[in-house]
Design a protein around this ligand. Structure first.
Ligand SMILES: [Zn+2]
Length: 239
């Protein structure tokens, strides 16, 4: 099964912005978590964006069509002038029975795990729902304009819970079993990638170990990598 994950907004389009917290960053984080969890659950994953970039809404839909995705899930955060507005809602396209079915699965799992106020499943002709050729939903996870919910939206644990619920909803929709994934697995992978980037960088700069050997590019922060990093630090500080 192929899922297209769509992180709302990006680049110059910040989405909702409250006290320096941007919707575009929250949506991307949820999508990256969801991709990790979904892959571990046997899904093939596509993301309309993987970094902070501007995208036209129609291109998001066309990307999913081009990759023959089976479902499309767009992630957003809500806002309203009244900061008391709260809760979760999930949208699908009018007349799309499958889209509606998917929205109920995702909305249901989100409410179950986050216990946020249930605003229900709704219908709208959003362009990402209109131009996609597969069941498509748009989830407004919570209100960034609500101080209590904004606090949740900056918590990695909460976003992991949200991502898990979204994937659980997708599994329910396809009638497949959901396997719980712990967040430390993802963070471990993120850290390894960072170490790997450093190892590649140090080798590319010919900054080698005591014996003049390049580092093994394995993403493991061992003694050799640490000592070369210290050498690099000294070069930076011109000691
Ligand atoms: Zn949005």
């Amino acid at each position: 099964m192929r899922i297209c994950l769509d992180a709302g907004h990006g680049g110059k389009d910040l989405g909702v912005s409250v006290n320096g917290v941007y919707e575009k960053d929250i949506t991307l984080k949820i999508c990256k978590y969801a991709r990790f969890i979904a892959k571990k659950n046997g899904f093939e994953c596509f993301m309309t964006r993987e970094k902070d970039e501007s995208l036209v809404n129609i291109d998001r839909a066309l990307y999913a069509n081009r990759n023959n995705c089976d479902i499309f899930v767009s992630i957003h955060c809500n806002s309203f002038v009244n900061e008391l507005a709260r809760g979760t809602e999930t949208w699908s396209y009018p007349c799309s029975d499958e889209g509606e079915k998917l929205s109920h699965h995702i909305q249901g799992e989100l409410i179950k795990s986050t216990s946020l106020f249930n605003r229900g499943c709704k219908k709208a002709r959003f362009s990402v729902l209109n131009k996609t050729e597969m069941p498509a939903v748009l989830t407004e996870v919570a209100f960034l304009s609500n101080p209590q919910e904004a606090k949740l939206l900056v918590s990695s644990d909460f976003l992991w819970e949200v991502a898990s619920s979204i994937v659980r909803g997708c599994c329910n929709y396809f009638k497949t079993e959901f396997k719980e994934i712990v967040s430390s697995e993802f963070l471990g992978e993120e850290e390894r990638n960072l170490v790997l980037e450093f190892q590649k960088f140090l080798n590319s700069q010919c900054i080698y170990d005591e014996s003049g050997y390049p580092l093994r590019e394995d993403g493991i922060l061992g003694q050799r990598t640490l000592s070369v990093l210290q050498k690099f630090e000294k070069i930076l500080l011109k000691e």
